[in-house]
Design a protein. Structure first.
Length: 305
């Protein structure tokens, strides 16, 4: 059967992306990013959704076999490619080069180290590595996270998480204590910033979000100090951490490590095999290891001789 293509439609195609990305998932994400990487962005205010129509699927009948897409920046393109369809790699990169914008005159391809067919085609077209990124992963088979919860703090019952307090925690955690929620009752603060930032995604979750798996830590006054969101992907045994933040005044007390240890305690009995982290060395210090290497490629202008 001939391969056909389909442009991404935000109202109907989240499941199609999820199917492909969970089908081909490997611990090193050698066939492309984990499924929540894309879907989390769809419900986030930081994603420029103007160009989502440019994301493209390649299908063999009804089976999704390839996906070219962006997460936060339409200048930076990611790829998922099903094993056995590596011959599509060149076509996918050619499409990315011609379809997606290059606002600053350059375009970036974000390729995981195991995507050898795509890497080969990118290098053939003159792309070179400009940045190497190593994301940490916790392997449940190698040990257990058991960092204690500091005195004066408590875990919030997952069924009793207050979305407004959670939004405040994330706003302060990701804005370094600045912005309209400083002082919490800042005069003139309306709901727009709150819904645009985090609360809208909480109240209108994406199809595969698992907000019931979130770990929230409150201080002795009941204010939320740390938020550790979790996408539990049972099919892959994957605990995908997103987002993680601590309110600035509560940092360097071990709250994030305690939150991830609580995720370990809750998810291990469900069959979790891997839990994602980030590039920060914090993850290595608490028991993670380097596992997912992403190579950022762009075309380098050569000086005329």
């Amino acid at each position: 059967m001939a391969i056909r293509t389909k442009q991404f439609q935000i109202l109907t195609d989240a499941d199609l992306a999820w199917e492909l990305m969970t089908d081909v998932f490997t611990p090193d994400e050698g066939h492309g990013p984990a499924a929540p990487f894309f879907e989390y962005a769809l419900t986030s205010s930081w994603q420029d959704k103007t160009y989502l129509r440019l994301d493209r699927f390649w299908l063999d009948g009804d089976l999704p076999v390839g996906f070219a897409f962006y997460e936060d920046d339409p200048n930076r393109i990611h790829f998922t490619l099903r094993p056995g369809y590596e011959y599509l790699a060149g076509e996918m990169i050619d499409y990315a080069e011609t379809a997606f914008p290059a606002f600053d005159g350059s375009r970036e391809l974000a390729l995981n180290q195991g995507q050898t067919a795509l890497i080969r085609e990118a290098e053939t077209r003159g792309y070179e590595i400009v940045h190497r990124e190593e994301n940490k992963v916790f392997d449940f088979s190698t040990g257990q996270l058991s960092h204690p919860l500091p005195a004066g703090y408590r875990f919030v019952d997952p069924d009793r998480v207050d979305p407004l307090k959670a939004a405040r925690c994330m706003w302060l955690g990701f804005n370094e204590g600045s912005g309209p929620f400083v002082g919490w009752e800042t005069p003139g603060t309306g709901p727009h910033e709150l819904y645009q930032s985090v609360l809208g995604a909480t109240l209108a979750p994406s199809p595969h979000a698992t907000y019931d798996r979130t770990v929230v830590i409150a201080d002795e006054n009941g204010d939320y100090a740390c938020f550790a969101g979790m996408w539990w992907v049972k099919k892959n045994g994957l605990a995908y951490l997103e987002p993680l933040c601590t309110v600035p005044e509560h940092r360097h007390r071990g709250l994030a490590a305690a939150a991830l240890s609580e995720h370990d305690r809750r998810l291990r009995p469900l069959g979790a095999r891997l839990m994602t982290g980030g590039v920060n060395d914090f993850y290595r210090r608490i028991g993670y290891r380097d596992a997912i290497v992403t190579l950022h490629y762009t075309k380098i202008e050569k000086e005329a001789k």
